[in-house]
Design a protein around this ligand. Structure first.
Ligand SMILES: [Zn+2]
Length: 124
């Protein structure tokens, strides 16, 4: 799903996007000449490999995403919660793919390992 930057004004426009068991829904509104603010819920489930035991498990998640979307090249000083869309088109597939990539890149434990790491914390 794609939406042109030019179509988003100062009043929030809602959107809902689903892809492979993952959903991204919320609002987009203009926050600057070349910027949009996205407030969204990102939820769904994804098969991940546990970083501790290597077992494959289903990871269910539900998180709030607050992001700035820019149609201009960013300076390196700016914070990381900005995504560039230099052609002026918001590409929801891209947002979901990059959020899933960061989810997969972060440390994650299956529920059994999460329980055992809690016990370790209590013991030490
Ligand atoms: Zn595990």
């Amino acid at each position: 799903m794609k939406i042109a930057f030019a179509k988003i004004g100062k009043s929030p426009k809602s959107f809902a996007f689903e892809k492979e068991g993952v959903s991204l829904s919320g609002t987009l509104e203009r926050s600057g000449l070349h910027r949009l603010k996205m407030d969204a819920d990102f939820s769904g489930e994804r098969a991940l490999l546990c970083d501790r035991c290597g077992k494959r498990y289903m990871h269910r998640f539900s998180q709030t995403l607050e992001m700035t979307l820019s149609e201009e090249t960013l300076s390196t000083k700016e914070d990381l919660d900005i995504i560039e869309f230099l052609d002026g088109i918001v590409d929801f597939d891209y947002i979901v793919e990059s959020e899933l990539a960061s989810l997969e890149g972060a440390f994650h434990f299956c529920s059994a390992c999460e329980e055992s790491s809690e016990i370790l914390e209590i013991e030490f």
